[in-house]
Each structure stands twice: as structure tokens, then as C-alpha cells.
Design a protein around this ligand. Structure first.
Ligand SMILES: Nc1ncnc2c1ncn2[C@@H]1O[C@H](COP(=O)(O)OP(=O)(O)OP(=O)(O)O)[C@@H](O)[C@H]1O
Ligand SMILES: [Mg+2]
Length: 299
């Protein structure tokens, strides 16, 4: 079952498409990292999914049902842009207002649970306006978690967090995903942090989805390797493939399995194949994303 499906989803503002024919699939239980440049349509898509905006065209399904179904909508917890809080009221009072708005059962217990999850219990009596940016982000996440939602939609929840704040949010999201089976759709520009938790990725550019990929599939494509270019790549490939797991690519021959680059160089010299370039490549989400964006630009 998919938690979210969008079918040819479109949203235009004053005749300009912010989201265009978007087909997003978020499987139940996923932590779906939704990434793209500024203005590419991530927040707009999330607002459409949460019912904060109405699509110009296309369909959204939550757990197989239309998103307008109130029972389905009630199962979404959201943090899109800043949390809606009163600066003059305390963290606890703001939590209570939101709990009452959402008609959460046993609000006192529920507030204690979510504040504990994001490690904000000790700041419950602080005025919201006096909280740091990182604290405000965590309060927003706590509000999104009220009432045990099945699906969380978060827009840049780790923006502005320090290392410790990032760790708390990461562990909270991993915990509710693992222990409570909560599906999470999350946007972030902090790709290194996102790659620690995401199970799936969607890459959006100018309102269009350019790639949707499982994290394992991405790691497969991103495997560390040594890139070799020689004066005779055909001969080098024939030779190297007998010793290592090897693949040809536009940029050169890729040798996998963490072999020693000095050893490869010596072996090729012995075969009298002059080496032009030999480089150890370590590829993370960031490099992968940059590569995909470059491909999309030149397409
Ligand atoms: N309410 C609105 N009225 C007019 N244009 C809008 C509105 N909301 C968004 N847009 C436009 O839609 C496009 C997509 O914006 P969106 O906020 O979804 O991007 P984003 O991917 O979330 O960017 P960022 O990474 O900066 O948060 C932008 O060109 C933006 O100016
Ligand atoms: Mg945004």
C-alpha cells in the first residue's frame, strides 16, 4: 500500500506552473526525502498533499483514498514553514492550543509524550518567543506528532538546527518510523543529514519529478570506486576485468571493491598501458544529486 500517490499533479500560480504533472509514490513505512533547488515546487507539493492548497489539475491519494477524505486527512501530521505559535504563550500553552485544535485525546499525556520525544520537556514553561530557532523547529515537530499521525509531512524540519538538534530530530524520526510505523515525507537541503535516514528519494526540478529512487538503489549506483583512464581503455578494461569487478562508463573505467589505486597503477604499467588518470571516487547523496541535476540541465 502506498501512503501517498500523486497522479499528474499540477499547481499553477497566475498561469505559471509551480508543480507540473508530478507522479509521486511514497510507500507506507518510507522516509521519503524530497529534494530540489529553491523554488522547484517542494513546499507547494507538500501543501497540496496536506490540503492547504487545491490542485489546478491531477489527483492525490492517501492510502488509496482521495486526499479530500477527512478521515485520511486527519491522519497527517504536518510542519510546513513555521509552526503556528503565539510568541507570548509558553511552549506548553502552545502545545495545548494545538492539541485542542486537533481534538487530541488525553491532551496532557499526549503533550508530555511528544515533548519528551523531541527532548523539550525541560523548556515547557519557556515563552515560545524566547525559544531559539532550533527549539522552535523541535516544537513544530512535536506539534506535528500530536495524536499519533500515520503520516508526517515535514518541510525543512532540520533547517537551522545545530549538530545536537539534528541528532535529536533524526533519532525522533527514526524512532517513530521504526516503532510506530509512521511514514515520513521530508524536504531538506542538508543532503548529508537526509541521507542518514531516507529510505527513498524524489528529485524535483522546476516542478517536475526527474527521479524517484530507493536509497539502496542509489547506494548501488553510488558505490565507491576507482576511476581509471588510460591511453588504451579497451586493453585496460580487458585486463582489469579479469582481476576486479569493473564497469566502463563515459568518464572512464570504474573499478569496484576498494582495490588499492597504487596497485592498479603498477599493474597497468606492467602491462605497458599508460595511465592518464586514476582517481578514488567517493559518492554520497550530494554528489549523486549534483550529477542528476547536471544531466537534467544538459538534456
Ligand atoms: N502562494 C504563491 N503564489 C505565487 N507563487 C507561488 C506561491 N507559492 C509558491 N509560489 C511559486 O511556486 C514556485 C515553487 O515554490 P515552492 O515554495 O514550492 O518551492 P520550494 O521547492 O519549496 O523552494 P525552497 O527550497 O526555496 O523552499 C516558486 O516559483 C514560487 O515563487
Ligand atoms: Mg520550500
Amino acid at each position: 500500500m502506498n501512503a501517498i500517490e500523486t497522479h499528474d499533479l499540477c499547481k499553477s500560480f497566475h498561469g505559471i506552473y509551480a508543480v507540473e504533472n508530478l507522479n509521486l509514490t511514497v510507500p507506507e513505512g518510507a522516509i521519503y526525502g524530497f529534494i530540489g533547488e529553491n523554488g522547484s515546487g517542494k513546499s507547494t507539493t507538500e501543501k497540496l498533499i496536506c490540503g492547504l492548497l487545491v490542485p489546478t489539475h491531477g489527483k492525490i491519494k492517501l492510502y488509496g483514498k482521495p486526499y479530500r477524505n477527512p478521515a485520511e486527512r486527519a491522519q497527517i501530521g504536518t510542519l510546513i514553514e513555521d509552526p503556528a505559535c503565539f510568541p507570548g504563550s509558553t511552549v506548553y500553552q502552545n502545545m495545548m492550543m494545538q492539541a485542542l485544535n486537533l481534538d487530541v485525546k488525553d491532551p496532557e499525556d499526549e503533550i508530555a509524550r511528544v515533548l519528551d520525544l523531541v527532548q523539550m520537556t525541560e523548556h515547557a514553561d519557556k515563552k515560545f518567543g524566547k525559544c531559539s530557532l532550533g527549539m522552535k523547529q523541535r516544537i513544530g515537530i512535536a506539534q506535528a506528532l500530536l495524536g499519533h499521525p500515520k503520516l508526517l509531512v515535514l518541510d525543512e524540519p532540520i533547517n537551522g538546527l545545530d549538530t545536537e538538534g539534528c541528532r535529536i530530530v533524526r533519532e525522533t524520526l527514526q524512532y517513530i518510523n521504526r516503532e510506530e510505523g509512521v511514514t515520513i515525507l521530508i524536504t531538506s537541503h542538508i543532503l548529508d543529514e537526509l541521507s542518514k535516514i531516507a529510505t527513498h528519494y524524489g528529485i524535483i526540478k522546476e516542478g517536475r519529478l526527474i527521479q524517484q529512487i530507493r536509497a539502496e538503489q542509489m547506494s548501488e549506483r553510488c558505490r565507491d570506486h576507482i576511476l581509471v583512464r588510460t591511453a588504451n581503455d579497451m586493453k585496460a578494461f580487458g585486463f582489469l576485468r579479469r582481476q576486479f569487478e569493473t564497469e566502463t562508463s563515459e568518464s572512464g573505467i570504474k573499478v569496484y571493491g576498494e582495490p588499492d589505486s597504487m596497485k592498479i597503477s603498477a599493474m597497468l604499467m606492467e602491462e605497458q598501458i599508460p595511465v592518464v588518470q586514476l582517481e578514488t571516487k567517493r559518492i554520497g547523496l550530494e554528489e549523486y544529486y549534483i550529477g542528476i541535476m547536471e544531466e537534467a540541465r544538459s538534456a
